[in-house]
Design a protein around this ligand. Structure first.
Ligand SMILES: [Zn+2]
Ligand SMILES: [Zn+2]
Length: 155
């Protein structure tokens, strides 16, 4: 039985829905989290979005070229969001505040079975039926303290 939320060893491979964009990630994520903000609901067309923080330099394109656009998030930060120009699948976000990191959309990985968010942010706009697992930390908005990016409990 696949028990743990431990990631397999990198590299991780993934790509968009149509296959025009393929990538690989060369390092283990700092944290996998779920964001329940209204922009992530729109972006994902779903109840919430998952994100996986990785070092910027650990991301490599192996096929295709992405397009990107910029937007301001609920947190006030400006993000550059990259996606497949053919099918529109969102691949990653990069914050102007942390240009050394990427928030990869980990549902685009080839193997998603090990993904388990340890943190849930913007719980204030979570849909009422969403149940946060007992072993995950949740936040009304997003924690200021960058220590949460370690993926370890902050308390
Ligand atoms: Zn595509
Ligand atoms: Zn969000």
């Amino acid at each position: 039985m696949p028990s743990e939320k431990l990631p397999p060893a990198p590299p991780f491979t993934g790509g968009c829905e149509c296959g025009a964009v393929r990538y690989r990630v060369l390092s283990t994520p700092a944290v996998v989290y779920a964001c329940h903000c209204t922009i992530c609901q729109t972006q994902s067309g779903s109840a919430f979005a998952m994100a996986m923080r990785i070092p910027f330099e650990s991301f490599e394109m192996t096929r295709g070229t992405m397009k990107s656009f910029q937007r301001k998030a609920d947190s006030g930060q400006t993000f550059t969001n990259s996606f497949c120009p053919d099918c529109g699948t969102r691949i990653h976000h990069r914050s102007e505040k942390r240009p050394d990191q990427l928030s990869l959309k980990p549902g685009t990985l080839d193997d998603t079975r090990w993904l388990r968010p340890t943190h849930h942010v913007f719980q204030r706009s979570a849909l009422p039926w969403v149940v946060i697992p007992n072993d995950a930390l949740s936040f009304e908005t997003v924690p200021d303290d960058p220590i949460w990016l370690s993926g370890k409990p902050t308390t």
